[in-house]
Write a protein that binds this ligand. Structure first.
Ligand SMILES: *Cc1c(COP(=O)(O)O)cnc(C)c1O
Length: 433
């Protein structure tokens, strides 16, 4: 684990009392439980463990809280009472992500033999077409509270676009870092919002290491890196996926969730969100299983799960699922804990299975997923085949991004059925009549 970096921002600002992030009360260490004041820090001063947000959540009548949420806007700000944001966050300039569709996938369920219900939580409908808009919106609120004027990140592609767009809307400067060899759709989307985009010759893990150095340097002292020094806040944005899924199911828990893993942050925070809903009485308690999904070309967590290890050994990524290509996932060990504790699993699929799954989802439900959605659906198929997921149970599969950003993955297998002259004979000859 990286040593905690004391930033210039921490040295010069008194962030302890001045910060209003709503119900967020403190940061607490996931390893030793040590508490520290809300600020732009991400590693425990006592044991170097990762920090997360601790809350004083609203107690009392769950029905009143459900009504308050339902009366809120159709985006993540409806859950502001459960997030580390000021009460008036909805009034700040934001892309207002969230409340994406939960699609009842009846055609796909029939094809896969699922009788207990199958839903796709389709986060391609977010403003920059991936789930990352959720986490960035929360990080922007933290950046604002801590007085950062430049927004930054290390990204596998989608995050760079989400940060660029959110910064543009919030009137902040942005400078984001990606591996130089990403899909064109992601590079263009990261650059078009007018901030600075820097391609780094290396993998995501190299990019991430570079960003940690930058934070320690005076250059980066006043920069809010959404997934580094703002990571505890950023992560909380993923809880909104848990809230939405349960609210859209009529305030109840599903039996199984299939969630993609890059750093593992999203998966761990969805679990945190589900447990909060139970604790607040917003959903009835019952067992649920969390399944993590990786691409075989970058599956350090799936390997550790299958080999019964607690230690996640870093790998060098080689997969078409570039948004998930993190070889050294920060939250890997916590993902293993959650999969084991809930009776779930972590599984992986190869690139061919990813493409097949993208096409299957498009053909059955009219949803065009990016490679990460191919990973989750591919993994669902594998888990059904191995009997780990029971087709009599209700399952929610996440699609976290839009297929338009990863066209290359399917370009070879999806093209015109025929190219003809504009006359009827030519069409008849093509055998499609
Ligand atoms: C970033 C990302 C994820 C998951 O990210 P975590 O680091 O595990 O939180 C999943 N899907 C897509 C499309 C992403 O861009």
């Amino acid at each position: 684990m990286a040593a905690p970096t004391t930033t210039h921002a921490e040295n010069t600002r008194d962030t302890a009392d001045a910060v209003d992030l709503g119900p967020a009360a403190a940061l607490s260490c996931r390893e030793c439980g040590e508490r520290s004041p809300l600020g732009p820090s991400f590693a425990c001063q006592a044991c170097f463990g990762p920090l997360e947000v601790a809350y004083e959540l609203p107690e009392g009548d769950p029905e009143a809280l459900r009504r308050r949420i339902a009366a809120g806007p159709d985006n993540i700000w409806r859950y502001a009472p459960l997030l580390p944001v000021p009460a008036d966050a909805a009034a700040h300039p934001s892309l207002n992500p969230g409340f994406t569709k939960l699609v009842k996938a009846e055609n796909l369920a029939r094809e896969l033999g699922i009788e207990g219900g199958l839903h796709i939580k389709d986060d391609s409908g977010n403003p920059t077409h991936s789930f990352k808009d959720r986490v960035v919106a929360i990080a922007v609120e933290a950046a604002r509270a801590f007085g950062f004027t430049t927004l930054s990140c290390s990204s596998t592609g989608n995050l760079a676009g989400a940060v660029g767009a959110a910064a543009a809307r919030a009137g902040l400067r942005s400078c984001v870092f990606i591996p130089h060899d990403l899909e064109q759709g992601k590079v263009v989307m990261a650059a078009v919002y007018g901030g600075d985009l820097v391609g780094i010759e290396g993998t995501y893990d190299d990019v991430n290491r570079f960003c940690s150095e930058l934070i320690g340097d005076p250059i980066g002292a006043d920069w809010g890196f959404v997934n580094v020094n703002l990571r505890p806040y950023y992560g909380e944005g993923s809880k909104t996926l848990a809230y939405e899924i349960c609210e859209q199911l009529g305030w109840r828990l599903p039996d199984n969730l299939v969630i993609p893993i890059a750093s593992g942050s999203q998966l761990t925070k969805i679990d945190k969100g589900l447990r909060e809903l139970v604790r607040l009485g917003l959903v009835a308690d019952k067992p649920y299983r969390i399944f993590g999904a990786q691409a075989e070309g970058c599956s350090p967590v799936a390997r550790a799960f299958k080999e019964g290890r607690d230690v996640v050994r870093p790998v060098k990524p080689d997969t078409i699922a570039k948004s998930l290509a993190i070889g050294n996932p920060a939250d890997g060990p916590y993902v293993l804990d959650i999969a084991r504790r809930t009776g779930g699993a972590v599984e992986d699929v190869d690139d061919g299975q990813i493409v097949e799954a993208i096409r299957l989802l498009a053909r059955t439900e009219g949803i065009f997923a990016e490679t990460a959605g191919g990973v989750t659906l591919g993994v669902l198929r594998k888990l059904l085949a191995s009997g780990r997921i029971d087709p009599a149970e209700e399952t929610v599969v996440l699609n976290t991004g839009d297929g338009l950003k990863t066209l290359d993955a399917v370009a070879e297998t999806a093209g015109p059925s025929a190219i003809i002259r504009p006359d009827l004979d030519s069409f008849r000859e093509a055998g499609l009549a």
